[in-house]
Design a protein. Structure first.
Length: 223
């Protein structure tokens, strides 16, 4: 019976592949150290008559490189996300006191004026807005004519189709758009003034007067 002796790796080699780290250690450093410790242990205990194939060593180093690269990418993305969120916080704070257009079909009539917006994904030859009272009854139809792509702000003069002055308060409105005989996608946009900003799990939130909380990313236009 032949006795197989374990291969010996010098302390100098161990020190070379696992140098002492100074300062705080990262998860990447710890993963590299664990990998090298396992690899050296594997090499020390391999059968000298059947040593590890070079391709196996190369494959293991490639795995370490992949894991390390992924960890570095994740760290970079986390830093980038932090920078973006910080920038959004500053931009959001700068919106306080400004009017914005956000998705919604409510409108507040005050001092004989109601502000609203319309968003178009494609140009239209005719855009029509129907203003409705609290009971959902149509009280005014506004013909906005042809409109280009994008978001646009409009004013309702507070008059009904009969010419009477509507009472101050909350109203809703519908938007339709066509290009010739073809319908176009039109988005109703509510107007309000930003009163405060806050961050939650989904990102930055704006508190918009007359609208409520909205996501920062949902702002279509700043006035």
């Amino acid at each position: 019976m032949t006795t197989v002796q374990n291969a010996t790796v010098s302390n100098d080699l161990l020190a070379a592949v696992n140098p002492a780290k100074s300062g705080s250690r990262t998860s990447v450093d710890e993963a590299q150290d664990r990998f090298m410790t396992l690899l050296v242990t594997q090499m020390r205990n391999q059968d000298p008559l059947n040593p590890m194939d070079n391709s196996q060593v190369t494959s293991q180093f490639a795995q370490l490189s992949t894991v390390t690269g992924i960890n570095k990418v994740n760290a970079t993305l986390e830093a980038l996300i932090g920078d973006i969120q910080g920038g959004q916080s500053l931009q959001s704070a700068g919106l306080i006191g400004h009017g914005v257009l956000v998705p919604g079909n409510n409108m507040t009539l005050a001092d004989g004026r109601g502000t609203f917006g319309v968003g178009l994904a494609a140009s239209a030859t005719k855009v029509t807005v129907t203003v409705r009272d609290a009971n959902g009854l149509a009280i005014r139809k506004l013909d906005l004519g042809p409109q280009d792509v994008g978001s646009t702000t409009y004013l309702w003069d507070g008059r009904t189709d009969s010419g009477a002055a509507a009472s101050a308060g909350r109203y809703s409105f519908d938007v339709t758009a066509v290009a010739g005989s073809e319908k176009r996608t039109a988005t109703a946009l509510s107007y309000g003034e930003v009163t405060s900003v806050a961050r939650d799990g989904s990102g930055m939130k704006l508190e918009v007067a007359g609208v409520g909380p909205v996501n920062y990313r949902d702002v279509q236009q700043i006035l």
